[in-house]
Design a protein around this ligand. Structure first.
Ligand SMILES: [Zn+2]
Length: 91
């Protein structure tokens, strides 16, 4: 289990997207502790971010700011390559 700092976004970026409220803990599926990217509060305990594949944002219960999944290799953004793994438009 590791501590993962979520990626902070603005409230404007969170509008119209599925909001996952913070403050839930002990999902029990084996995961990581997720920290608010704004204030560092532990938002989720033992939470597996990989189970959330939708375009969710996470709202911190302490600072009310929005966060996204971390932008790391483990949590890739929407694929930018074509089916053969090449980047689009190699100009
Ligand atoms: Zn926060």
């Amino acid at each position: 289990m590791a501590q993962i700092r979520l990626y902070p976004i603005t409230q404007e970026q969170g509008v119209g997207r599925g909001v996952f409220a913070g403050g839930m803990g002990g999902a029990g599926f084996g995961g990581d502790d997720c920290l608010c990217g704004h204030c560092g509060t532990v938002m989720f305990v033992d939470f597996n971010l990989h189970t959330l594949l939708g375009d969710f944002v996470f709202q911190c219960r302490v600072c009310s700011e929005f966060n996204e999944r971390p932008r790391t290799e483990a949590f890739p953004r929407l694929p930018l390559e074509d089916s053969e793994g090449r980047p689009p438009e190699d100009t």
